[in-house]
Design a protein around this ligand. Structure first.
Ligand code: KPL
Length: 298
């Protein structure tokens, strides 16, 4: 079985590492401080309250030639600096799987690694980083889809990656509409994340702010149509409210970033939407206001 190498050990990366380890799949962590770093045990606190202790091998950039599958779980703004040292070192047959909130990293990765099969993964599993590990806060779906020609041409690889993810995760499958799923998650995150980051409240607080969410979706609708998505405004409002209710107890990742004084992914959420809208000659004043308000907090 090929080894998963995880780049980015925040909440989602640690959750993936723990769940893959639990399903007896080989997994390693790629760290900029590499094998020299202390190899402490990590802990995955499962949904049922039990704890898995795991200790995957740590790799450094010099080990790039050995990486068989690279799962990139950094924040969107870390993708480029984290992958840059691997250019020319990562075997060209190694699939790269990008798993982060937002959009806007793909073009750079395609150019930097033109021959590697590139996949996009999307997950709605909830996780919160703990000092020495991660808390799994909610089950969700994970989707994997081919994002470049090398990935599309290798359907056996796509099926194998999805099957292996399905061994580890509550619901994981291959998606042939990954671009739509990316946009759907983009819309959800571009509404829930800044609103909760600004209010400091849990996702569930948005259930009482349906009108504001409807206004934000109405504003995005012409852009979504221009992107080829024929869903009604109501569809988008329902999706946002559904995720807010399913993750009602969670603090969004942006709320946690702002509360902890970390940079946010706003440039890959509202920022990405604003760039796409500008190219289409569409104004998004409500998204613009959210973007500016988060930038002022950062
Ligand atoms: O993806 C999320 C995030 O916080 O980044 C949601 C779905 C909003 C869950 O909190």
């Amino acid at each position: 079985m090929s080894q998963w190498c995880i780049l980015g050990c925040g909440a989602v990366g640690s959750l993936m590492a723990g769940l893959l380890w639990q399903s007896a799949q080989p997994v390693s962590l790629l760290r900029s401080d590499g094998p020299r770093m202390a190899r402490d045990d990590l802990h995955l606190q499962r949904l049922d309250g039990s704890t898995l202790t795991f200790n995957p091998p740590r790799l450094g950039q010099d080990d790039a030639g050995e990486i068989q599958r690279l799962l990139v779980t950094t924040k969107a703004y870390q993708v480029q600096p984290a992958l840059e040292p691997l250019i020319g070192k990562l075997p060209v047959t190694t699939p790269i799987i990008l798993l982060h909130n937002g959009m806007g990293t793909q073009i750079w990765v395609e150019r930097a690694f033109p021959e590697n099969p590139l996949f996009i993964a999307i997950t709605s599993n909830g996780a919160r980083r703990l000092e020495r590990g991660v808390l799994h806060t909610g089950n969700g779906e994970t989707w994997l889809g081919a994002a470049n020609e090398a990935a599309r041409a290798n359907s056996a690889l796509a099926h194998q990656l999805a099957a292996d993810l399905a061994l580890a995760l509550p619901h994981a499958a291959l998606s042939h509409e990954i671009h739509f799923r990316q946009w759907e998650k983009l819309v959800i995150n571009a509404i829930i994340n800044p609103l909760t980051a600004l209010s400091g409240e849990r996702n569930g607080s948005l259930l009482a702010r349906g009108e504001e969410i409807a206004d934000l979706c109405a504003e995005l609708h012409p852009l979504l149509q221009r992107e080829g998505f024929g869903q009604s405004e109501e569809y988008w409002v329902e999706r946002v409210l559904l995720v807010a209710s399913r993750t009602a107890e969670n603090y969004s990742s942006m709320q946690q970033d702002v509360a902890n004084g970390r940079p946010t992914e706003i440039d890959y959420l509202s920022g990405y939407l604003l760039r796409q809208a500008r190219a289409e000659g569409i104004a998004l004043p409500l998204q613009q206001a959210l973007y500016q308000a988060i930038k002022a907090k950062e």
